[in-house]
Ligand binder design. Structure first.
Ligand code: TXA
Ligand code: MG
Length: 557
């Protein structure tokens, strides 16, 4: 079969030419043939919805399972009384507001609609698309058309006439090229035969817009979760593997900077990536399809299917995809990406764990941090960061000079002795210094956390709590140890007399203080460093596991 292309991208051409093309496409439909048609959402594959033989051809051309019903596409709400029964007033109200547009309503079916069209259901899906060319064709044909998305069953939907030809060339009579689809994801499907109305498929019309008119809407759980084995979804089409490219897809949710980092961490040289525009350069050298800017869901919806489809022409072995949040059009984009991934989803926010580690001298903080490094964690040593910043951060320097006078030497380095003399015997002065230090260290730590690889971090600070760093932590850990052991350790480590060791320890906050302020305690009663490190490894492994578990739980609710 030769597939004829009707070029109707430019409707400002001579009216006669346009009319001829519309008439030709309408004739194919009236005579029982198949035509690919543009809509604002995705391209449809149309046949006369009242002609069972014509509708059967759609199932064959798409390779679509025959229990998956079609949407009946009409040119206006006046057709509802003809093909549906018991139409509730809210249906007309929704049609008045949103038709023509990306909303499909499930209503009770009038038996004049054939079984093949509705897959034998006693309901029928009604839609009026917002595309002038297709509306003109339907009006001209004088029939409602059964029109599922024009893709081969299981493949991502088509958003250009070229996509349709790719899947349907030679299998159908015609394709009408009406330009690229402006919405890019299919219509929102709302079932009005149940109370409260139920969202069966998120789409081009945001759920929030529907709720503003309808009130409470129940979201079918097939929208956000994979079906259990043997479970029948309310929209039969939701049970099939959908929108999927050939390479397996993994969706990475979470704050965009984190999901990007998580993908960088996981990808191999043959991975393909679907990402937000801001992060494109992170994936240089890989096959990348950009969805759009993080905040621009309109563009993301337009591009999502194209991104998924295009990977089929490449040799990538797996695809990682960033994903917007669920608000507005985000719900539909989320749903399409997750269905393409068979709901294989990783939450980048889940996988990062930030621990705060604090405790007095000689308790074993260093060994505890070493254990975290052995687990692949990154340690932020606040004292070291402060001294690093002193060298480069003029604002920090000036803040110190503002309070303590110029205590920097000629070459710009801090005179620690001078500063020490001012603060160590004066608690208020010490508090003042700490206030300045942490005012500058806090944003620096945050910057490093956000720019990091998104996995495991430990913030090491003696003033973790007073410095306000605990706010970044999933859990704060006090490292404590019996006094006599600490004294011995400090003596050996710093090569000092017992008396000085005791003095040094008692100048700091007590174990009881740390115990009280922190979420949990790691006690070091071990005789050797090796023994304690082993204990710390076990302790942190369990703790991290528990935190991840809790986060996953929180994410599900
Ligand atoms: O935007 C759209 O809706 C596009 C364009 C071409 O109009 N069409 C489209 O059709 O997405 P299709 O067939 O790919 O998806 C229709 C979905 C399927 O999941 C189908 O199972 C469901 O609607 N559906 C159709 N009739 C139904 C009914 N009576 N009850 C519940 N679900 C129904
Ligand atoms: Mg479809």
């Amino acid at each position: 079969m030769q597939t004829q292309v009707f070029d109707l991208r430019d409707t400002k051409r001579p009216q006669k030419e346009v009319d001829d093309q519309i008439e030709a496409a309408a004739r194919i439909l009236r005579e029982g043939g198949l035509v690919g048609i543009p809509t604002e959402t995705v391209y449809g594959l149309a046949a006369n919805g009242l002609d069972p033989d014509a509708v059967r051809k759609i199932y064959v051309a798409k390779g679509r399972p025959s229990d998956n019903p079609m949407i009946l596409t009409v040119s206006g709400a006046q057709w509802l009384t003809r093909y549906c029964v018991d139409v509730p007033p809210i249906a007309y109200e929704l049609a008045r507001r949103f038709w023509p547009g990306p909303l499909t309503l499930i209503l009770k079916r009038n038996p004049i609609v054939p079984d093949v069209t509705t897959g034998g259901l006693d309901t029928v899906a009604m839609r009026c698309p917002n595309h002038p060319v297709t509306l003109a064709i339907i009006r001209e044909a004088g029939i409602p058309v059964a029109a599922p998305s024009a893709n081969t069953s299981g493949r991502p939907s088509c958003t250009t006439a070229q996509d349709v030809l790719e899947d349907m060339n030679g299998k159908i009579e015609g394709v009408v090229d009406g330009g690229p689809c402006s919405v890019g994801v299919e219509s929102t499907i709302l079932d009005l035969t149940v109370n409260p109305p139920r969202l069966l498929r998120p789409g081009g019309l945001p759920l929030e817009d529907l709720e503003a008119v309808v009130g409470l809407i129940e979201v079918d759980h097939a929208v956000t979760k994979p079906l259990k084995e043997g479970e029948q979804p309310k929209a039969p089409g939701m049970k099939y593997r959908h929108y999927a490219p050939e390479a397996p897809v993994t969706v990475v949710t979470g704050a965009p900077a984190r999901s990007a980092q998580e993908i960088v961490h996981r990808m191999t040289p043959t991975s393909g990536v679907i990402c937000f525009e801001e992060f494109e350069e992170l994936f240089a050298g890989h096959e990348v399809h950009v969805l759009g800017k993080t905040g621009d869901k309109v563009t993301q919806a337009q591009r999502v299917f194209d991104a998924l489809r295009t990977f089929d022409e490449s040799s990538v072995t797996e695809i990682f995809a960033q994903c917007p949040d669920n608000r507005g059009l985000g719900l539909a984009i989320n749903n399409r990406l997750k269905k393409a991934a068979g709901f294989h989803v990783i939450d980048a926010d889940d996988s990062s764990v930030v621990l705060g580690i604090t405790g007095g001298t000689g308790a074993g903080k260093t060994s505890a941090l070493h254990a975290i490094e052995m687990l692949g964690g990154t340690v932020f040593d606040c004292d070291a960061i402060y001294h690093e910043m002193l060298k480069s951060d003029e604002n920090l320097k000036n803040a110190i000079i503002g309070v303590f006078g110029n205590i920097f030497d000629e070459d710009g380095t801090l005179n620690r002795k001078k500063l020490g003399e001012m603060v160590f015997s004066n608690k208020d002065r010490l508090d003042q210094l700490n206030e300045i230090i942490y005012r500058f260290v806090r944003p620096e730590i945050l910057r490093r956390l956000e720019g990091g690889d998104g996995r495991l971090y430990a913030i090491d600070a003696i003033s973790l709590i007073e410095g306000g760093l605990d706010q970044f932590c999933d859990c704060t850990v006090a490292v404590t140890s019996p006094m006599e052991l600490r004294v011995r350790r400090v003596m050996a480590r710093d090569n000092i007399e017992e008396q000085y060791a005791r003095l040094r320890i008692s100048a700091q906050k007590s174990d009881d203080y740390f115990r009280e302020k922190c979420d949990c305690e790691l006690e070091n009663a071990a005789e050797t460093v090796e023994t304690f490190e082993k204990e710390a490894l076990r302790f942190f492994t369990k703790l991290i596991d528990r935190i991840k578990e809790e986060k996953q739980h929180a994410g599900k609710e």
